[in-house]
Design a protein around this ligand. Sequence first.
Ligand code: FE
Ligand code: CA
Length: 530
Amino acid sequence: MADTNRLTRRAFLVGAAASGALVAAGCSSDGGGGESSGATTTTATTLPVPDLPGDPFTLGVASGDPLSDRVVLWTRLAPEPLHARGGMPRGLDVPVRWEVQTLAGREPVADGVTVAPADHGHTVHLDVDGLDPDTAYRYRFSVGEYRTRWARTRTLPAAGTTPDEFVLAQVSCSQYDGARFAAYRDVAEHEPDLVVHLGDYIYEHPGGGLRPGVVTAIELDDYRTQYALYRTDPNLRAAHAVAPWIITWDDHEVSNNYVGSTPDPDSESPDEAALLERRAAAYRAWWENQPVRLDPPDGPDLEIHRRFAIGDLAALHVLDTRQYRTALDCERASGISAGRRCATSTADATTVLGDEQEAWLAEGLAEPAAWHVLAQQIVVHQWRFGPGDDAVWNLDQWDGYPTARSRLFDSLKEADGAPVVLTGDVHTSWAAELLEDFDDPDSDRVGVELVAPGVASSGAALAAVEAVLRANNPHIVYDEVGHRGWVRNTITADEWTAEFRLVEDHTDADSPVTTDATVVARPDGSLTLA
Ligand code: FE
Ligand code: CA
């Protein structure tokens, strides 16, 4: 009896949530509750199912942005994934049936019909709510005779509770033609509680040379095809099908080394206007193809920084270090990130996060949590290549922005909990203590940083400088520059254990993936090799 009431209440809440999500997404169809929201609208349940040239679920499913009571379920209809519109009929919205069950016991929780709008590239973003905290579910979609396999997702622990242990997979830089996706296969096999992708999920152009098919993306349809190509990889689809993902972006979701509205001079975008047009297409395709709880962008701006609470165990601050960053005008050789700092590097107005995001982060850090996790892109700890202030720095990292980094560290010092920065971008593995003054080993520790290797992108360029960096930067606890992989983070209230999982042979999707090193962070800011 109690169970029946529960189910009824949930089904109602979920129906309401589905409507809300679609209204928020600017879609005129409701979530399948059977009630039309107005005379001019069409309900999802009465939309006709078109004839399709084949199984529309070639790109799999995904879930993301979990909260303690809800999660976004995603799919995209594309019977011919690499053709125009994924092989879908032009301009036709398509009804998609969905089901959610508990993973344990397989009890039905909710179902309904939603819409894959043509205007959204036939993607579905369904925000299912009324779920229990810290609970695993399974879900699937169907259209006509075609049905996906069951995929797994889970909600986050509720506020006021602390899970014994939470496993967070940290991934970044997954260039399709840079490697086979053995690292994603390993993520899937580990079935983490959450996957956090730190950016460079796609690359806008070919580069790695290992697999054919990568287009150079400039227009919306190019970026849509790029995401489709990536999702044709079974190991990427498998990693999406085992856990919810929380995703941010870096530069390659748009264009290599773009900063704010400034294109890299070596990129395909000749000027600011061209870059902003490209950014609008790229941000739109990112929104369409990722399981995010955001309204779709219409133009070159999309605010994606957002916060998640893993109960009282961790606050996860998801950052965007690209969109609001000041472009430095320091001199450097073409195609090289290294250069000397200039007046812009240290100017008060120079920013990495932008004023609004910077203030938002400081406010969030002041709230209590055992761990404060920054999910962001570029390396925070200092990479000193040589002595003196006149040294050469990597200007694309936080090293190019020392004044902005000091403000970040001021916020970390005020954090009510232990800061852990999760970083990607450099395609190599690093673990480091964050010091208030990196040139004074006795200065205060403000947190630790874990830099993930690329899932697939090559870090070979850093092999030449690894020894120099190790010699000049005693705050570095661990480094490895020869392998792809990911970081398996096991979080408890007293200990943060990071296993660097490295791929033996990046050209082989079935390659062994093994733990190269395990580092342990503690709430006092210490970081040690286990
Ligand atoms: Fe990258
Ligand atoms: Ca990058």
